[in-house]
Design a protein around this ligand. Structure first.
Ligand SMILES: C[S@@+](CC[C@H](N)C(=O)[O-])C[C@H]1O[C@@H](n2cnc3c(N)ncnc32)[C@H](O)[C@@H]1O
Length: 255
């Protein structure tokens, strides 16, 4: 049975690649790179290329799969039927392309995933979709990676939740729609709009980080109302100078 490795590569620091990920990379004959071209995130492509150059020392090929267009005109959020439909169509289009690329190649396959495949990443859903289509058959294995969540915690030298308390992980959009849940630490990813500025309250603390593990890593921490302007200003400045930004933050009430 043909094999595919889905390999978490950490959130930007090449030193976050685990020994297990290196061992998997060294078994791969063909890497599939799914992604957009020319969207200003060349630095992310470069991180992946540097990881491959350092660790995949065996002969291998890299097959680039251009991302199919996604209908972003559909409004809504996670649970919304129209939004779910648009995402499902996009996953199906991606599955078709991966299926074709896999069928046209031989040997062990590999897909490098930013951070860990379990968090806000569609690779595993797409691989499952390819298997369900049942036109090609293979076995796949997931190699965990360091997530941006762990990178944020390490950068701030913090525990993500209070003793014995839960941690809620969500997106910027959901934070704006649902507000900040009481009594739990809330970790926010995929927030292009600084949604923390829409959350009322004078007792909220924020731990923010951008480009974690990368040369431009920037962190800011403090009472939300005292530091929110510093964060939005710094974020705008960084995004303008680099052309892209990835940031993540934790909010907690009662400090
Ligand atoms: C599509 S999700 C992928 C998450 C990834 N699978 C992980 O495990 O971290 C992208 C989001 O992850 C966060 N992120 C990923 N890498 C980051 C980094 N190096 N610094 C800050 N945030 C990061 C940001 O919130 C970004 O919007």
């Amino acid at each position: 049975m043909r094999k595919l490795f889905v390999i978490g590569i950490g959130a930007g620091d090449p030193d976050q690649v685990t020994v297990r990920a290196v061992k998997a990379m060294r078994q791969v004959d063909v890497f599939f790179v799914i992604g957009k071209k020319g969207d200003g995130t060349q630095e992310l492509v470069d991180v992946r290329a540097a990881i491959l150059a350092e660790h995949a020392t065996q002969p291998h090929t890299v097959v680039e799969i251009a991302d199919p267009p996604r209908d972003r005109t559909v409004p809504g959020s996670g649970a919304d039927a129209a939004y779910q439909g648009a995402v499902t169509d996009w996953h199906e289009a991606r599955a078709e392309l991966l299926e074709r690329a896999f069928a046209e190649t031989d040997g062990v396959g590999g897909i490098l995933v930013w951070g860990d495949p379990s968090l806000y990443d569609s690779t595993l859903r797409i691989v499952e979709r390819v298997l369900r289509r049942a036109r090609i058959h293979f076995d796949y294995e997931v190699i965990p990676g360091i997530t941006s969540v762990q990178a944020l915690a390490a950068a701030h030298r913090m525990v993500l939740h209070e003793i014995g308390e839960p941690l809620h992980i969500t997106t910027g959009r959901k934070l704006r729609d649902d507000g900040l849940a009481a009594g739990q630490s809330t970790l926010v990813m995929l927030d292009a709009d600084c949604s923390f500025t829409h959350i009322p309250g004078d007792d909220i603390h924020i731990w923010w980080g951008a480009y974690l593990g990368m040369p431009d890593e920037t962190i800011i921490e403090g009472p939300l109302r005292a530091v929110e302007h510093a964060i939005t200003a710094r974020r705008t400045e960084l995004r303008q100078s680099k052309g892209w930004i990835m940031d993540i933050y934790l909010l907690r009430r009662g400090r």
